[in-house]
Each structure stands twice: as C-alpha cells, then as structure tokens.
Write a protein that binds this ligand. Structure first.
Ligand code: UTP
Length: 232
C-alpha cells in the first residue's frame, strides 16, 4: 500500500469561515483513493482560526513568540479534530500531535495530525511523518498554484516554477522560523526535507481536479521541489 502525506494548508480549511464545501469535495477525493490501495496522513494547518487567535492575543498584550506558536498549534488541532470527525469511519481515532511518538502499525487508512510544538509549522510535522513512515513524497496543498522565483506580491515579474531544487528553494524561504509566516513550505521543514531527499509537490488545494490528476499520475499544474540532480 502506498503512503501519501498531505500537508493540508489551513488557508483551505478556514480561509475565513470554515470552507465546508471544499472539505466535502476533499473528503470525496480521499475516499475515492482509499479504494485504490492508498493510505493517507493528513496534517491540518491552522488557517484563519490560528491567525485570528494569534492576532488577537498580540493586540491584548505582549506575547512571547513561543506562546504565539502554541495558540496557533491549538488552532491546527481543532481543525485536525474536524477532519478526524468527517473521516469518522476511516480514520485512526487519535489525532497525532507528536510525530516522534506514533505506533508503527496503524490499521486505519487515514491518519490525521495537527501541530506539535513551537518553532515550525505543520509542514515540519508532515516532513517528520514522512521520515517516520519512509514516504518519499509530501503533497503540500495551499492556496498557491506554484512556487515563484521571488515574492509575487512584491514583484510583478515573478515567475512560476514547475521544478526547483532544495538549495534554490531554501534561498527563497530562508532558514528562520517566524510564527504565522506565509511561505510555500516552511524553512525548518525544508531543511529536513532536503536532508531526507524528499519530493514536495506544491499544489493549489482548491483545484481538486488538479490534485486528482496528480494522484492518478496524470499531468498536473504545480511545483515539484526535489534534490538537485545536476552533476557538477
Ligand atoms: P500552520 O502554519 O501550519 O498553519 O500552523 P497554516 O494555517 O496551514 O499555515 P499556511 O496557511 O499553510 O501558511 C499555524 C501556526 O501554528 C503554529 C505556528 O505558529 C504556525 O504559524 N505551529 C504549528 C507551531 O508552532 N508548531 C507546529 O508544529 C505547528
């Protein structure tokens, strides 16, 4: 059975309000692939739930960076509970909150995880789970269609990339964690993913037809981040 790790960006679960229409379609897509001998780890992001709590706490008083992360983590966990609930008959009953403390043998074909601890985002949890279960690919679903060579919000001439290697990608995202940062794949997760030689596929999550294409090995739109295969 193939193990697929999905880092499900919170911007898809709670772009503003909970997007139950997206979640309903996402659920149908996953259930379709369960029949095709695939098993899924779905790591849920925090989205507006996490960001609203983080923003409000900061407005009230001075909050330590670590506490900003903790409140975000709890946002990711309530979203994880929502996912676990909608996959009730298929999912492992516990939400994974520590990717280092997991059972090796889980019979369920859907496993849901949320945030772990301060210092990174749920992308890192997804990468740790890929390491633990020896998965080769992490699908990163968010609200962007591609990784760009520079910030498309700042630069009009930013170009979408179909492929990029880890070294170049890490130059774009940097090395430091910033709570609530909005990057295609988090810097701390990227460091580990590079070490593990993982392939990360960045796809726009609400284009579920495109996600479906990727899952069935058809042509898809998105960015593949992988090890540098060029020889020097
Ligand atoms: P994410 O940044 O993973 O959620 O977690 P998100 O909403 O999906 O982010 P995007 O939309 O993909 O960018 C929300 C916040 O929770 C904290 C961080 O502060 C993060 O910004 N967090 C999450 C942690 O501190 N540790 C974790 O293991 C996970």
């Amino acid at each position: 059975m193939e193990t697929i790790i999905i880092s499900l960006g919170g911007s898809l679960i709670v772009p503003d309000e909970i997007d139950f229409i997206f979640l309903k379609k996402f659920r149908n897509l996953i259930l379709k692939y369960l029949k095709k001998e695939k098993r899924f780890f779905i790591i849920s992001g925090g989205g507006k739930i996490a960001r609203n709590y983080q923003k409000s706490a900061r407005k009230i008083t001075k909050i330590a960076k670590e506490d900003i992360d903790w409140i975000g983590i709890h946002g990711t966990r309530i979203n994880a509970h929502l996912l676990r609930t909608i996959f009730r008959n298929y999912a492992y009953p516990k939400i994974i909150t520590n990717p280092q403390k997991i059972k090796k043998e889980i019979k369920e074909k859907i496993i849901i995880a949320g945030g772990w601890k301060p210092g990174w985002s749920t992308d890192f949890v997804a990468t740790k789970l890929a390491q633990a279960y020896k998965a080769k690919i992490v699908i990163n679903l968010s609200n962007i269609s591609f990784v760009f060579n520079k910030d498309p919000k700042k630069y009009k001439d930013a170009k979408p990339l179909e492929k990029i290697n880890w070294r170049d990608f890490r130059k774009i995202v940097g090395n430091k964690w910033n709570p609530g940062a909005n990057l295609p794949f988090d810097p701390i997760a990227s460091k580990l993913a590079e070490k593990l030689k993982l392939k990360v596929i960045v796809l726009k999550g609400n284009d579920l037809k495109n996600v479906d294409n990727f899952l069935s090995n058809k042509i898809f739109k998105g960015t593949t981040i992988e090890e540098n295969k060029q020889k020097f």
